[in-house]
Design a protein. Structure first.
Ligand code: NAP
Ligand code: MG
Length: 402
């Protein structure tokens, strides 16, 4: 069979530890035998980031702007322990943070649903995608401990020196205060990313805040979403047969639990942080969660939601067998290849992505899986495979399909 050709390169961002090991096996077993893989390679492994003073991360993000689509392996975010372990020149920032700052995107996370890994919530039949706003609020907040009686205020000083004040509280004793902010520009690009993504995957989008209590802050989110929707998206949504739905956050959580799934849930930064962990866990496993960063200009960066699986890597280094789940990393590749195919009108490449996803799901549903899934599956007669043999089992399924 002739290999599938690619006209435009895909930006490939390699990473660290166990996921770097999986990355190579996935390419060797599932991609290179079938595709004339055309990638522009960036090594985001911590050693090379350190060697290039993290320039490679910036370059990979710039390349994503140039070509439009990237696939990223999980990477180490350095902390004190990593400084010593890798003898780092500096505590380099999180690559995801750097890339997000350059692409200015929204992160969409969706579980991969397979038979035999049943959601904890009985009614959920289809994936729920969480869209998390990734700027501001409590993550860029400033806080103060109030030692005793006194007055706390918010003060805004305009460029011409005029002050506007708002009382927070007249303290009678000790307490705490917090100040946070967001930017209309960031909320606008969040809204556009959400609406574009909904059109892209043809699913309804829900958005919820606490605007009844937060009449200026949260209400601003609600108003910006509505204004952009009415002006730019209403007609497109009607044509696509999908809906934008705003409700109060309390109502949203109740509806989510009663729902069948199959929609996007847009969340403010904190809600998205917390709810994405809840949704991922309730769908079964973090190792089955995909993630894509979508910029308002329409650049896409696909990755797995989990980290580098450090504990498994240390076992691997000691020569012990590992059973690390590669599904989310495989789906990062299929997501990126399908999007590349779409942008290049390369039907063969899109079909290949569909088939590789189906081969992965079918392999698990036939009872062959990694240890993390074997522990939670409702299937009987399960075969637990090691990291490499699981990927080889997917290759066998795929070859039968092609
Ligand atoms: P992690 O790599 O997600 O792993 C945490 C634990 O979850 C693992 O020890 C493992 O549990 C389980 N797990 C996660 N993915 C799995 C998979 N594919 N297959 C099987 N089990 C899986 O998180 P971490 O250990 O906290 O972080 C390790 C490194 O990853 C850190 O340096 C962090 O900075 C980085 N990180 C990167 C990203 C990213 O690049 N997007 C995201 C998060 C973290 P058991 O050990 O019980 O088997
Ligand atoms: Mg979290």
């Amino acid at each position: 069979m002739a290999k599938i050709k690619m006209t435009t390169p895909l930006v490939e961002m390699d990473g660290d530890e166990m996921t770097r090991i999986l990355w190579k096996i996935i390419k060797d077993e599932l991609l290179l035998p079938f595709i004339e893989l055309n990638t522009e390679y960036y090594d985001l492994g911590l050693e090379y980031r350190n060697e290039t003073n993290d320039q490679v991360t910036v370059d990979s993000a710039e390349a994503t702007k140039k070509y439009g689509v990237a696939v990223k392996c999980a990477t180490i975010t350095p902390n004190a322990a990593r400084m010593t372990e890798y003898d780092l020149k500096e505590m380099w920032k999180s690559p995801n943070g750097t890339i997000r700052a350059i692409l200015d995107g929204t992160v969409f996370r969706a579980p991969i649903v397979v038979k035999g890994i049943e959601p904890t919530v009985r009614t959920w039949k289809k994936p729920i995608t969480i869209a998390r706003h990734a700027y501001g609020d409590v993550y860029k907040g400033s806080e103060m401990k109030i030692p005793g009686a006194g007055k706390a205020e918010i003060v805004y000083t305009a460029e011409d020196g005029t002050e506007t004040r708002e009382l927070i509280h007249n303290f009678k004793g000790a307490g705490i205060v917090q100040g946070m902010h967001n930017l209309d520009e960031s909320i606008e690009s969040f809204a556009r990313s959400c609406f574009n993504y909904a059109l892209d995957i043809k699913q309804d989008i829900w958005f919820a805040t606490k605007d009844t209590i937060s009449k200026k802050y949260d209400h601003n989110f609600k108003d910006i979403f509505q204004e952009i929707y009415d002006k730019e998206y209403d007609a497109k949504f009607k044509a696509a047969g999908i809906e934008y739905f705003y409700t109060l956050i309390d109502d949203a959580v109740a509806r989510v639990i009663r729902s069948e799934g199959g929609y996007i849930w847009a969340c403010k930064n904190y809600d998205g942080d917390v709810m994405s962990d809840m949704v991922a866990t309730a769908f079964g496993s973090l190792a089955m969660m995909t993630s894509v960063l979508v910029s308002p200009q329409g650049y896409y960066e696909y990755e797995a939601a989990h980290g580098t699986v450090q504990r498994h890597y240390y076992k691997h280094l000691k020569g012990e067998e590992t059973s690390t789940n590669s599904v989310a990393t495989i789906f990062a590749w299929t997501g990126a290849l399908r999007k590349r195919g779409e942008l290049d009108s390369n039907q063969e490449l899109m079909d290949f992505a569909d088939k590789l996803e189906k081969a992965t799901v079918d392999t698990i549903e036939s009872g062959k899986m990694t240890k993390d899934l074997a522990l939670i599956t409702t299937l009987e007669n399960v075969t637990v495979l090691n990291s490499e043999n699981f990927i080889k089992a997917i290759r066998e399924t795929l070859e039968k399909m092609l």
